[in-house]
Design a protein around this ligand. Structure first.
Ligand SMILES: Cc1cc2nc3c(=O)[nH]c(=O)nc-3n(C[C@H](O)[C@H](O)[C@H](O)COP(=O)(O)OP(=O)(O)OC[C@H]3O[C@@H](n4cnc5c(N)ncnc54)[C@H](O)[C@@H]3O)c2cc1C
Ligand code: FES
Length: 325
């Protein structure tokens, strides 16, 4: 049986287990959140053998070279000696400078930094509580405001991090923030390319950042934003988005409600169905999908089948943590 060594302690692992499973099963506390290879909060480093390439997918070349890997994606083929990463270089302390309810369940959280924070509109960061609990949240503002980050955090019933943000975290308190991550972001260039953006729930957050950044940079192609929820209460910033759509000729906004509702201002149906049926073909379009994992993964495939090139589809599925730290 192969063995994992961490801090001199040895842990046997089963062939179908990840490094993260092995350590959590042995009650070793390892930061993690999505367990889907997305958030990178389970980053570890091999001190001997090279990690399997699947476990390094999405990591920067510099990290790959130093044998960093994602513990939730690492099925070791041989013995490994591993270590937790040295976080000093890539975690930054921020101060909570604003909290405001955008709807009954969505909190706008604003963090301020002493120095410029480098990111692309639409990326996400990992926020860490003083006790180590870590969760990913998408950035809702644009790099033009580089000393602050804005987030839209949906409160889940009994959700440990989101309830803490809503109920306990106070203005003036400090929070640890990772560097910006993810490839679902706006990149300048191809300014006349049509953009289709679909988000559910707090999936609106990165899309607002992307829309505003695109407009700031003079994007001239059509920009269509579809925001969906089962009920009207799940939508937010409706008036602001409608006002933007009235003022900006190439921007359209469609709030969609898939469940029962009798309010005229919402389009009835699922946001991704309505978005996809709004055009005959997506050939040449750039597509952004954020929010519920099922919606994101389904729509990715449907957008591709409708002609969008895979390299033009950018997606962030908001995977929830299934357990633990
Ligand atoms: C790349 C990425 C970006 C993200 N961006 C955002 C963002 O911008 N905004 C945002 O709000 N979230 C975002 N998330 C999700 C976020 O990281 C957390 O998973 C979420 O806030 C829940 O964390 P929690 O600690 O509050 O809940 P946890 O304590 O981790 O609880 C989650 C558990 O709650 C249960 N659960 C799930 N849904 C419900 C429900 N509706 N009712 C009751 N129980 C439920 C599930 O069983 C799950 O195990 C993102 C996730 C990823 C991976
Ligand atoms: S990438 Fe491993 S827990 Fe998110």
């Amino acid at each position: 049986m192969a063995t994992l060594t961490l801090n001199g302690n040895k842990y046997p692992y089963q062939s179908n287990e990840t490094v993260l499973d092995t350590l959590l099963n042995a009650n070793v506390e390892i930061p993690h959140a999505c367990r889907e290879g997305v958030c990178q909060s389970c980053l570890m480093r091999s001190l001997d053998n090279s990690p399997p390439s699947l476990a390094q997918n999405g990591l920067k070349d510099t990290l790959q070279h130093k044998k960093y890997f994602l513990a939730c994606r690492c099925y070791p083929k041989q013995d490994m000696t591993v270590a937790l990463p040295d976080h000093e270089g890539n975690e930054i302390i921020a101060e909570v400078s604003g909290k405001e309810l955008l709807s009954a369940d969505i909190m706008r959280l604003v963090l301020s930094f002493e120095e410029e924070f480098s990111f692309y509109a639409g990326q996400f960061v990992n926020l860490k509580r003083p006790d180590g609990l870590t969760r990913s949240y998408s950035i809702a503002n644009t790099p033009a405001q580089s000393n602050t980050l804005e987030f839209h955090i949906k409160r889940l019933p009994n959700g440990r991090f989101s309830s803490w943000v809503h109920e306990e975290l106070a203005v003036g308190e400090k929070l640890s923030v990772s560097e910006a991550k993810g490839t679902c972001h706006y990149l300048p260039g191809k300014y006349d390319q049509p953009l289709l953006l679909v988000g559910t729930g707090s999936g609106l957050a990165p899309l607002i950042g992307i829309v505003n950044d695109a407009l700031n940079k003079g994007h001239s192609g059509p920009i269509r934003l579809y925001h969906g929820s089962r009920d009207p209460e799940g939508l937010y910033l409706i008036d602001e988005m409608q006002a933007l759509a009235e003022n900006v000729e190439n921007f359209d906004y469609t709030p969609c409600v898939s469940g029962e509702n009798d309010r005229e201002k919402f389009t009835k149906g699922r946001a991704h169905d309505i978005a996809l049926s709004s055009t005959d073909s997506l050939t040449g379009w750039r597509v952004y999908l954020c929010g519920h994992p099922e919606m994101v993964n389904q729509t990715k495939m449907m957008a591709y089948l409708k002609g969008a090139s895979l390299s033009d589809i950018y997606a962030d599925a908001f995977y929830l943590s299934s357990s633990g730290k």
